[in-house]
Design a protein. Sequence first.
Length: 361
Amino acid sequence: MSSNKDTVIESSAPGKLILVGEYAVLEGAPALVAAVDRHSRVRITPSGDKWFSLDAPTIGINGVAFHLSPAGDVLYRDNLPAETLKRLHFFKTTFEYAARYLGQNGCPPVPARLVIDTGAFFDPRIKAKLGFGSSAALTVSVIKALFLYCGLPLIDANDPGRLFRLALAAHRRAQNGVGSGIDVAASSFGGVLRYRLAFDTQARQIAPEPLPPWQGLPLLCIFSGGSESTRRMVGGVSRLRESAPSRYDALMKGLATLSASGIEAYRKRDIRAFMEVVEAYHKQMDRLGRESGMPIISPVHRDLSRLVGEAGGVYKPSGAGSGDIGIAFTRNMEQRLAVKAAVERAGLSCVDITLAPEEKG
């Protein structure tokens, strides 16, 4: 790419909120996910010298210089502490993956200054990271920014899912193959999506199906009070598959059936059926946790389910459970207000979010 010193590229990618389908999505069942208005943002300007530089203040990264080896590896100028290298893991893996792809397509990135802002995924009041998929949003926003910086269109008419699959491959590499990719889908496409692990005749992940958002469905995000490692939770559940495959299969079949029913109720705007599914899904996640020995429905999620139920709503964790975010669904805004008041009286925090629209090229 030829760039002038005034070139400024900016990109963003939203976070995710899983409405229904956790764990079952890993076994090929459909899941329902919505993009939310918490964005990772990237700004790129030419650096004017032979070094790339990175600032990511949210994770304590300032002025880290690096260059690309002939093989496409990120090589840092300075010897960085192990903790810093750990914080840079997702960025490094994403940048290498994207740079190699761009190089193969005749537009390798020239040195630039990158500024990454993932502050929207951290709540200053709670002083904690929220479970809205910051690593997936970072991955997508970095790749989008590099595409734009190098002059490669975000949308390929011959391969509309290219950006998504590139981000998915980079994210899976950074996670050692763990995860369904549902968070990457939400960050790539935005909107509300029916997502499942499914591949086309070229063994490429099929893009998710967009669904019209249910504007009249009141929901409330609640922070459980602590963060949890998705990798730890999924790994613990996977051990049940190895030790008791028949029990694991039965539990997953139950989750898959409920998820499909929940998506259909969402399509039809059937509030009664949808809330019944959410309540049943919470109970099935609890069974999966007890059978696997993992705290999917931790004491705080159990208390929240009771509080929300007493106020007239239904509740389930969003994601792997144990910590992070849960969602309360109600039949109307009056019930939502009652749930919010009950949660706050209990000393827990609600998180204001809105659903993010579909991403445009």
